[in-house]
Design a protein around this ligand. Sequence first.
Ligand code: APR
Ligand code: PHB
Length: 403
Amino acid sequence: MRNVQQRFKMHVPVAIIGAGPSGSLLAWMLRRKGIESIVIEARSREYVEGRIRAGVLEQGTVDTLIAAGVGDRLKKESLHHRGVCIGFKNEHYILDFDKLIGRGVTVYGQQEITKDLLSALDRENHNVLYEAPATMVEDLESETPTLRYTYEGKECELTADFIIGCDGFRGVSRQSIPASVLKTHDLVYPFGWLGILANVKPSKEVALFSHNDRGFALLSMRSESVGRLYLQCRNDENLDEWRDDRIWDELDARLGAPGWTLERGEITQKDVTPLRSFFSEPMQHGRLFLAGDAAHIVPPTGAKGLNSAVADINVLAAALINRIQNDDETLLRDYSDIALSRNWQVQRFSWSNTAMYHIFPESNSFTRRMQDAQLEYLVSDETAQILYAQNHTGLPFAHKPEF
Ligand code: APR
Ligand code: PHB
């Protein structure tokens, strides 16, 4: 017989797997409406809060966090960016989103959002179990599905009315949907991003996306004194071969334009991120619902990962609230379709941006010319800029809970 820890054998209305931005935001939104949940997180709190992620928020994300009462630090510490800069053929072109469509983007480290959410849950003594990996979800088609997890070396289980998979790309929830039901769509890119954090004043007032024969480069920032910069690199790039001055020289070569200087500073962190586009459908099976990276991931060109997770959670929170408090299942039934249709558009933008900016190993003179033609069009045509601005600053959020 299995040694199942009785102390944690319980029933909850909502069991959430994963305390990343998706799981912590959902737990917080439900809590604000008086709906009980438990969050089961595989890693330690320090790990979850410390993972460095992109730092660009769509207006819909900012509005969501403020409306949910977790936007105070965001309002104080974030930067407004009126647009982006595009580097192409050694020139810099500003796309002024504020002017083009009346909205820009907000710069605020995404891990800061996780910190804000976890502290808010903490203040309310919300049930978040860290270092408690979920191992299996079962009986998804029953009214009380089961979640198995390990905690303090013991096998535990609970039942819930709804189980929410917010456990990221490598979690267990998506894998528990039968293969006959789940369709997945995947594209692995033949390159990654070498990212640095540096103590340096950003050399541009907005992010600079540069297409260059040597590869793509991006200058971004976290604050007035911390820069976040990236270089397209090989997927198996060895960071030991990248001394600080080599990184700065390469950034300079890819980002540079006459009359512009790239400021250098102390590099405090280096990492390599592989690039991938992936989504699975449906985002629901029985009483299991997927949200965020558990259902879809995008390459970072466009910084859509967290923003799409927040868009999913808005719909899912509103749907669960309707179902649990008003006995109205309509939105919950439509959750997967609503979330997927926005996600396809986000995937399209992230994928086409990735294709436009990067140098592909298999490219030839035709595909290179097409990239140039796309960039020429973007930097010179206002209609193209408006479309880019709408996608970059974020498509509308379909539903949100009222607070
Ligand atoms: N059991 C419990 N927790 C798990 C398990 C498991 N078996 N597997 C993974 N997790 C946890 C991870 O440790 C992580 O904390 O689930 C969490 C998933 O978090 P993210 O990967 O950040 O995914 P999500 O919350 O959907 O965030 C979406 O936000 O930070 C940005 O760009 C990032 O795209 C990402 C987006
Ligand atoms: C970042 O600041 O980390 C960032 C900005 C824009 C992107 C991706 C990442 O498209």
